[in-house]
Ligand binder design. Sequence first.
Ligand SMILES: Nc1ncnc2c1ncn2[C@@H]1O[C@H](COP(=O)(O)OP(=O)(O)OP(=O)(O)O)[C@@H](O)[C@H]1O
Ligand SMILES: [Mg+2]
Length: 470
Amino acid sequence: MITFRELGLSSELMKAISKMGFEEATPIQAATIPLSLQNRDVIGQAQTGTGKTAAFGIPLVEKIDMNNDAVQAIVIAPTRELAIQVSEELYKIGSTKRVRVLPIYGGQDIERQIRALKKHPHIIVGTPGRIIDHIQRKTLRLQHVHTVVLDEADEMLNMGFVDDIEAILGHVPRERQTLLFSATMPEPIRRIAERFMQNPELVRVKAKEMTVPNIEQYYIEIQEKKKFDTLTRLLDIQSPELAIVFGRTKRRVDELAEALNLRGYAAEGIHGDLSQAKRLSVLRKFKEGSIDILVATDVAARGLDISGVTHVYNFDIPQDPESYVHRIGRTGRAGKTGIAITFVTPREIGQLHHIERTTKRKMERMKPPTLDEALEGQQRAAIEKLLATIENNNLSFYKRAAEQLLEEHDSVSLVAACIKMLTKEPDTTPVQLTEEPPLPVKKEKKRQIHGRHRKGDSRSRVSKVRSSKR
Ligand SMILES: Nc1ncnc2c1ncn2[C@@H]1O[C@H](COP(=O)(O)OP(=O)(O)OP(=O)(O)O)[C@@H](O)[C@H]1O
Ligand SMILES: [Mg+2]
């Protein structure tokens, strides 16, 4: 194990890092921080939740010259929520040094961003569309940038985003450091990436599998029509602390969130058609736990680090193995454990095997739970509540009444009644979901480069086909 001290960081950064509670460097941090400090270009690939943000963030902040008021580094991220999260982490790393970090992303008032840009941020973290917007307005100048980071690089170099990235890099000096990070880096995308880099060092944290071992992975083979009842039974049995349910389309996400609410679950949806204010408020509620189920499209699959996510349910099987890796990676982060369950319709079983082959990890088959099992699960939850009440509360006020009741009724009937009242019986309120057609059978070769369209930022600038679904 390598400590941060051994990496030769300044005492200012050491202080900030220990304030963040980091003791040892994770493998990707230990491997890439020294290279970045030497100004090498780096492609860093390591599993989800293993600290890639700090891997690029620490050397980035270390190299900021506090006597220079120009923008010195830009970090580009595929979604707005991720841009915000990364900027918060960079802010923490730079807190003792007092580095100024500014997130800029679509959906936020541009005038406000322009005012913030005038306050001389050292680091900009943004989504591609909004960065280009500010470059064109001349409210963002990049001629003093010495470091560019692409977080979720493969996603951003996917068809549709690659032109945006190229356009941004065209405004940054050639003499620069370029850092690319992701948990996945398909070969053809890596080749595109290398065009933007100078003699890059490829750092892959050696792992047998693409996914982290601390996520238990299951699949349930199931007909489309039975998915929803199965989901609610699983929720009843597993009582996740926080769960993310991924659906294939925006409509799917809206319908699922509504259906879950109908059955009494605290769920809300997030996808690219919602206003930015709504997206942020849904995410905030989820982090605080005032809702415990987040229903999402792939817009929430990449990079988001929310502690307490114990379960990921793929209500619809992901489009490609990369999406699978990132979706399930929202749990099992920073050494914690997690459970991922993927629903697959009989016609999609080939897609499941394709995912397994790519991730080099088999999912374990799980039987769809029965209604009785769901009831048992809820009963268990009720008993836990009862026991916790005994432990945590002063019950003296209630004891007189209890004693009186026990004179008239037998103790087993009384306790059974209490459990029954506390048990949330599985709700079978009928709900209506529009059926999603199964994924088309894969044409292997075409997969990465041609298969997907631009997504993420909602501005329309270039006349390009875009996914209307995310
Ligand atoms: N050295 C460390 N010690 C302890 N915790 C750490 C360390 N580095 C990072 N973390 C924590 O680990 C969690 C995951 O980090 P991060 O979000 O950077 O992962 P990631 O590799 O970027 O994952 P993803 O591929 O999903 O984007 C964060 O909560 C972060 O604060
Ligand atoms: Mg990340």
